[in-house]
Design a protein around this ligand. Sequence first.
Ligand SMILES: Nc1ncnc2c1ncn2[C@@H]1O[C@H](COP(=O)(O)OP(=O)(O)OP(=O)(O)O)[C@@H](O)[C@H]1O
Ligand SMILES: [Mg+2]
Length: 493
Amino acid sequence: MSKRETLKRLLRYLLADKTAFAIAALFLLCAVVADVSGPWLIRLFLDDYLAKGYYPSGVLWSLALGYIGVTFLSGVLHYAYGIRFSRIAIGIVQTIRKKVYASIINQPLSAFDYVPAGKLVSRVTNDTESLKELYVQVVASFLQATTLILAMLTAMYLLSPRLTLVVAILLPTVVLVMFLYQRRSAGVFRESRDLLTDINSVMSESIQGMSLIQLMGQQQRFSERFAALTDQHLNAEVRIVKINGIYLRPLIDLLSGVALVTLAAIFGWHGSEVIGVGVLYAFISYLGRVTEPLIELMQRLSLLQQAIMAGERLFELMDAPPHPYGDDERPLACGDIEVSSLSFSYDGKTPVLSDVNVSVKEGGFLALVGHTGSGKSTLASLMMGFYPVQSGSLKLGGRDIATLSQHALRSGIALVQQDPHVLSDSFRANVSLDRDVSDEAIWQALEQVDLADYVRHLPSGLDTAIGTGIFRFLPGRSSCWRWRVCWSTSRAS
Ligand SMILES: Nc1ncnc2c1ncn2[C@@H]1O[C@H](COP(=O)(O)OP(=O)(O)OP(=O)(O)O)[C@@H](O)[C@H]1O
Ligand SMILES: [Mg+2]
């Protein structure tokens, strides 16, 4: 997907709730009209009353109250716009985050073979956060700045078409400055972002491999690696500050200064006959108000690049095909396993299994003995359908594993892993896995693994929260490292 398409797809989310977007846009439009009205009222006062020495109290009071009124209204409306827009934006980010997670959790295991966990975590957290910045900062301030500029140009044109020309000529220069800023800053911004991802990866890797790091006394080396990354990140950030320092305020201020001087020169040349003092005031005031949103917009344009890259990565995850299952819903009726001429490789290059033939009849028992890395777990993974069969055939109950539906496969065959994974949740949740299971059945399961007595003596019983490491401390933990494939054929049901 090209950058343009990614951006289009990201922006399309804004229109998912058209009413909410229309209301936010309406608030913005009213706020900008209020913004433009203030200087317009002052101009009215200067040119039509002050310059002529004519002070009708009724009109002046209305002008004063009107000015206070629009200033107040502008604040309220900008606030309302900000709130509405942020709500839309945060809603979009939640939608995307949920979709990405749902897609990740349904992907084939092969998708995780070569992607570090830290990278995925960073995608779901950092990249979606980048998207939030795109909507809340870039799009919101882009809409704000462009509406304001258009409204001000219109107001200026109505006041003095000739003077508007002077200001309008400067607009392309502003665009040029923006373009140059983009070009200079994009690379550094990307570098800073990538470094942040690396910092996250090292952090999560270190936590996952903490026992190994401490066992091997690698704390110093890991600390140094981490420090090097944070130093590089600091460098990138300093470069960003420098580029911002040159391009953002000084250049925009210079441009608006040039416009001001030109306006003042024209005024000095022609005198107040051609251009009223009020019109000059309105122009200067408009110019002053437009520089701030422009600087903000420029500063945030860099977020656009990041957001597009984040969007590309997120859409890639969202669009990744889920684990392929067959559509044969019939439950497995027989426990025979038939593996013939099975070959498999994780990366498509290094063979892990070559021409494996196994036949186990229902109720049979098979022990696979082999040195580490010989492919025992791989064979179990293939029998579980974690990876598609690449060559040869694998039949469960006489049926090709690829034809079985997710339900038929998962309710027909189970795996007892050599390393148990404990969810950081209660005993109940760990046994039931959120399925509708009675307490009685949970106790029965705990009884079978010799944990029932232990749990019964805990103050919160089944509701005791267990963290991911607790199995190390549980009593009677089996030190048996065999794996077993257990059948629970649905014949009985
Ligand atoms: N997810 C994976 N991605 C890529 N390569 C893998 C993956 N899992 C295992 N391998 C590689 O495949 C080969 C077989 O590994 P496997 O885990 O099946 O061996 P094993 O016989 O179960 O070993 P052990 O006795 O240590 O459990 C090894 O070379 C291993 O490095
Ligand atoms: Mg193994």
